[in-house]
Design a protein around this ligand. Structure first.
Ligand SMILES: [Zn+2]
Length: 99
């Protein structure tokens, strides 16, 4: 897994710079060009989130207690947020996942 680079100047983004991305775009701190998510990176980050939706149901089937379920859900959410910047790819124009 590697972090994305700027489409314009190939600046390698730091993980901490990618934790907060507003409105699906980011500005390069090196050359100030706008970075938009590629449709592929939107797809990847969505696909990774799909199994997270089913985890509470699986835990319920396994008779896990509510406190344990909340703990596991919180833990998985944190792992997802930590891994998310590695799934990003940037391009120079806004791409829409659904056209
Ligand atoms: Zn740049």
């Amino acid at each position: 897994m590697k972090l994305p680079t700027c489409w314009s100047c190939s600046y390698g983004f730091k993980w901490s710079e990618l934790l907060i991305v507003m409105d699906g775009r980011k500005q390069c701190p090196h050359c100030s060009s706008k970075q938009y998510f590629t449709a592929h990176s939107i797809f990847k980050s969505s696909v990774v989130a799909v199994p997270l939706v089913f985890i509470p149901f699986i835990l319920k089937l396994l008779n896990t207690s509510w406190t344990m379920m909340i703990f596991i859900a919180f833990l998985l959410l944190m792992i997802y947020i930590v891994c998310l910047p590695f799934l990003y790819e940037f391009t120079n124009e806004q791409q829409h996942f659904f056209k």
